[in-house]
Design a protein around this ligand. Sequence first.
Ligand code: SAM
Length: 147
Amino acid sequence: MFTPTPIGFVRSPYSQTSTIPKGLGAKHDAEGDLEILPEFAAGLQDVEGFSHLFVIWVFDKSEGYQLVGPTPVDGIPHGVFATRSPRRPNPLGLTVVEILGRTENRLHVRGLDMLEGTPILDLKPYMSSIAAEKLRRGWLDVAEAKG
Ligand SMILES: C[S@@+](CC[C@H](N)C(=O)[O-])C[C@H]1O[C@@H](n2cnc3c(N)ncnc32)[C@H](O)[C@@H]1O
């Protein structure tokens, strides 16, 4: 294994988890910056050619984990690996953001759902080759159908 090192930090409008939209129909259109540390900034070369990025980050403010627990979406217990819960054995977050622009080592993005100062571990271009009709969304589809 390896010891993860942040490549940068999220500059987010959210300073408290209670202000981040949650639950059914939550929209994530908050804007902010991904501030990449100067020693890793060369790795941003060519990144603006992509519209969206995967951001891999650390739930640094969550403690412990719960293997089965309720979500804010439907209040029904689900296995942690069937949810996006912050309380996971390895506290890694994955968020897709839209790139709005770049100034040197800062990427201006839309779609943040993480707190100010959240450590970023990696960025990768967003790509999906899975046709919409092949996707199944399990308990989420059930919750959305119930409204
Ligand atoms: C449901 S998780 C989903 C995160 C990501 N999109 C994912 O799927 O891994 C988003 C929630 O994580 C919590 N959160 C955000 N930043 C955090 C941080 N740095 N440490 C702990 N919890 C955080 C907030 O409560 C936020 O509403």
